[in-house]
Design a protein around this ligand. Structure first.
Ligand SMILES: *[C@@H]1O[C@H](CO)[C@@H](O)[C@H](O)[C@H]1NC(C)=O
Ligand SMILES: *[C@@H]1O[C@H](CO)[C@@H](O)[C@H](O)[C@H]1NC(C)=O
Length: 365
């Protein structure tokens, strides 16, 4: 695994490969643009995950390791997530990481005054969503909501869950404060964690109900909410917050698949999964001081981040869905690739897809 940050090479494809608007309409994508062409941008230095979500065909490795940054990601400028805010409820973000430009900030910590990210987990999620080299939406705004104390105190589930609830509430307040602004383009809340139902039970019914109510409020207030399915290799309905989708159907619960379109063995499965996204050998950012700021990892927390990035992209193409989490979830599921995954018999046989027509041109020598 290379530890250096590879420069991002973006190529504008020849005009002949541009996407005629009629084509976009045929695919059920509405776009407010009045010009006749939307340029397709190709990143030839992408992780496999970005090629997978922007084409219909499985990734051909041709001898390359999954971690090589030589896969091809195609997207349009409409899909760069510019102006969309993503609230990452996690460990904070290493906001000065060069991969984020000036687009990342930490808004709040719910358990101390220290906004600094010192785990790397939140930075991995932020990187999968919106870093320049590894992210889906390369111009999105990334907001850290720090809710996990370094002690990660599952021995005190009441404090743990109420810290998360209070972080979610902060994100809703930030979203609502922006909503009236002229340049408002929508908000996504990303929950890249899951705890066994038992932890919520131990926190007490009141604490657990408050958490659930706060998620419902986020939806009611027009936020999109993506949730990692969980990584216990069990029914996602038994891990929370994923399991809350039974009561709050607008939540989007994301499972993990590998380069062969097969479910990650350790990822949660079952009827509470809405959709799958790449979640194995995902190259992303981590703390700048660790391994050159790059980390390869697997888990549904990364898959959820990828779906968050896809939704940020959809905000640019579907203005009418910016504050409509139900409509957005329907669109993302409608566009997903169906019937191609393995190991997902229990539910969620959908692979997230940006809708970019066709596949990149591969030239192997
Ligand atoms: C991101 O958006 C800003 C504001 O519209 C724009 O000035 C900038 O060029 C964009 N950056 C990229 C990398 O697209
Ligand atoms: C958050 O967690 C800290 C440390 O565990 C605890 O002292 C505090 O009371 C919690 N805050 C809330 C709002 O529950």
């Amino acid at each position: 695994m290379k530890t250096i940050l590879l420069p991002l090479l973006l190529t504008l494809l020849p005009q002949s490969l541009s996407l005629p608007l009629t084509n976009l309409h045929n695919r059920g994508i509405s776009t407010p643009l009045s010009c006749s062409k939307v340029n397709i941008i190709e990143q030839g230095t992408a992780p496999w995950s970005l090629q997978r979500i922007s084409g219909t065909a499985p990734v051909t490795q041709n001898g390359r390791p999954t971690t090589e940054l030589s896969y091809k990601y195609r997207f349009t400028e409409l899909e760069d997530g510019e102006g969309v805010e993503v609230y990452i409820v996690d460990t904070g973000i290493d906001v000065d990481h060069p991969e984020f430009g000036k687009r990342a900030r930490n808004a709040i910590s719910t358990f101390d005054d220290d906004l600094e990210e010192n785990s790397g987990h939140g930075t991995q999620i932020a990187g999968a969503i919106g870093s320049l080299s590894y992210g889906v939406a390369k111009n999105v705004s990334l907001v850290g909501i720090k809710v996990f104390s370094p002690l990660f105190d599952t021995k005190n589930p009441t404090a743990l869950i109420s810290n998360i609830t209070s972080g979610i509430e902060s994100a809703i307040l930030l979203h609502n404060a922006r909503r009236a602004a002229k340049n408002f383009k929508g908000s996504i809340m990303n929950l890249g964690f899951g705890f066994p139902k038992e932890i919520f039970d131990a926190a007490g019914k009141k604490v657990s109900d408050e958490f659930k109510k706060m998620l419902q409020k986020a939806i009611d207030d027009g936020m999109h909410v993506t949730i990692a399915a969980g990584d216990r290799g069990r029914d996602a309905c038994t891990d929370f917050p994923a399991g809350f989708v039974k009561d709050i159907p607008a939540l989007i619960v994301v499972g993990a698949t590998d380069v062969f379109d097969k479910r990650l063995q350790t990822a949660d499965f079952g009827p509470c999964i809405d959709i799958h996204a790449p979640g194995v050998d995902i190259v992303s950012t981590t703390l700048r001081g660790v391994n050159g700021g790059v980390k390869v990892d697997s888990g549904t927390f990364l898959s959820a981040g990828i779906v968050t990035g896809v939704i940020a992209g959809e905000m640019g193409k579907n203005r009418n869905l910016r504050t409509d989490p139900v409509g957005m979830k329907r669109l993302v599921k409608d566009k997903a690739l169906k019937g191609i995954l393995r190991g997902v018999e229990g539910g969620g046989d959908l692979l997230v897809y940006s809708g970019m027509p066709g596949n990149p041109i591969e030239e192997f020598v």
